[in-house]
Design a protein around this ligand. Structure first.
Ligand SMILES: *Cc1c(COP(=O)(O)O)cnc(C)c1O
Length: 403
């Protein structure tokens, strides 16, 4: 057996590899410089182009570009009319922003449990948490896999809830052949550098409903409109006239970020294809390791995987998740854990959420870690990661006779 680097052996590779990283090429740099040399660096034509590009790609009628994925979620909640006294159901196995946006609106996040095999929100648990105060569902396409749209849509229709999809992980994913972005009432994307495509920062909300679109546009820019049809006193005092008709924020994105996102969109299908290739290799290699559990895919989801999650069967290993994680790091494969259940954070604990609320999510959390996946990985990088996972697993596996 190969000696682990953490025990003084040689690491599987000499340079560190991280769980995710952006891909920026000369074309991207060119696109950004062009904007910087132009007259408009914000509120200009590139933001429009970014929106039209997202509409064409997803099939949604309207895209509203914003400054980041969290702003996108906040705008979506505002457009959905979420306010004080409302409850919104979401998943605990997500980045805090998926729940924080509910708090921004003065509403109460209610955590439904996940399916222990797919790690996505369980529609039956959504149903079990509905009360008279429930206003919306924020479902997260965890790791890029589409949520169970049909089931969630049926529940939202039955109880008149707004279906918001946090698709920060899932821009290139399809559900039953339909592109994510065209399915829920409101879909949000993030363009943070660890996500599938990036603008440095950036986000967008997609919808096909005009009423929601108008509210999104107001939420993004202070609640101000320049359109006479939306004004309360459209008699213009002069050409400078505009009106603030709601309370909004400054969630605008710059034109140079939009240019980067447009440029990245051209590469998106290529990125997705490479991610799928890597997933295939990992799946094949790791299905032979009975100490690991792989994420289950629902057949409806044609997934562009943002995160590749391995789940340790701790009963078959002589190490803790922490020891496995550290051993991988010493092999120069830097993993990450997505995510600490949101309501475990001190802020949520102070709000009164109790540990034990979502047993599936907590159980899954104990054993998971995200290994590197991003399109710029070389075949050698992929082979190194597989080597490291095998090596660490072999070193810590309990002999079958001891089980
Ligand atoms: C990254 C992320 C967000 C937030 O996006 P930002 O652009 O970083 O604000 C929201 N939800 C999920 C699931 C994410 O992964």
């Amino acid at each position: 057996m190969e000696k682990l680097a953490i025990n003084g052996g040689y690491p599987v590779r000499s340079g560190k590899i991280y769980y995710g990283r952006q891909w920026i090429d000369e074309e991207d740099i060119q696109a950004v410089s062009e904007v910087l040399r132009s007259s408009f660096i914000t509120c200009g034509p590139k933001v429009d182009e970014m929106e039209r590009t997202l509409e064409t790609y997803t099939g949604a009628k309207y895209a509203v570009a914003v400054s980041n994925g969290t702003a996108a979620l906040h705008c979506a909640c505002m457009a959905a009319g979420i306010g004080a006294g409302d409850e919104v159901i979401t998943t605990p196995l997500t980045f805090a922003a998926s729940a924080n946006c509910i708090l921004y609106c003065g509403a109460v996040p209610v955590f439904a449990d996940i399916n222990p095999e797919t790690y996505n929100i369980d529609p039956e648990s959504i149903r079990a948490h509905i009360t008279e105060k429930t206003k919306a569902v924020i479902a997260v396409d965890f790791s890029g896999q589409a949520v169970q749209h049909e089931e969630i849509r049926a529940i939202c229709d039955e109880f008149h809830l707004v279906f918001i999809e946090d698709a920060a992980h899932a821009i290139a994913t399809k559900y039953k052949g339909r592109q994510v972005g065209s399915l829920a009432d409101l879909t949000t994307f993030s363009f943070h550098p660890v996500k599938t495509i990036t603008g440095g920062e950036g986000g967008a909300v997609l919808t096909s409903q005009e009423k929601l679109y108008r509210k999104l546009a107001l939420a993004r820019t202070h609640g101000i409109t320049h359109e006479a049809s939306m004004m309360e006193n459209p008699v213009k005092e002069g050409p400078w006239h505009y009106e603030q008709i709601a309370l909004g924020y400054n969630y605008r994105i710059t034109d140079f970020q939009a240019a980067l996102i447009v440029s990245q969109m051209k590469k998106l299908d290529g990125f997705a294809a490479r991610r799928k290739e890597i997933v295939k290799r990992y799946d094949t290699a790791f299905s032979e390791l009975s100490e690991l559990i792989l994420q289950k895919e629902i057949p409806e989801s044609d997934t562009c995987r943002h995160l590749y999650i391995i789940r340790l069967r701790l009963d078959r290993l002589s190490c803790s998740r922490r020891e496995f994680f550290d051993a991988m790091g010493e092999e120069n494969v830097q993993c990450q854990v997505h995510y600490i259940p949101v309501y475990w954070f001190p802020y949520y604990q102070r709000l009164g959420y109790k540990k034990g609320l979502c047993p599936n999510a907590e159980k899954v959390y104990e054993g998971i870690m995200s290994i590197p996946i991003y399109p710029a990985m070389t075949d050698q990088d992929v082979a190194d990661v597989i080597h490291a996972v095998r090596k660490v697993t072999e070193n810590y596996k309990r002999p079958l006779s001891s089980l």
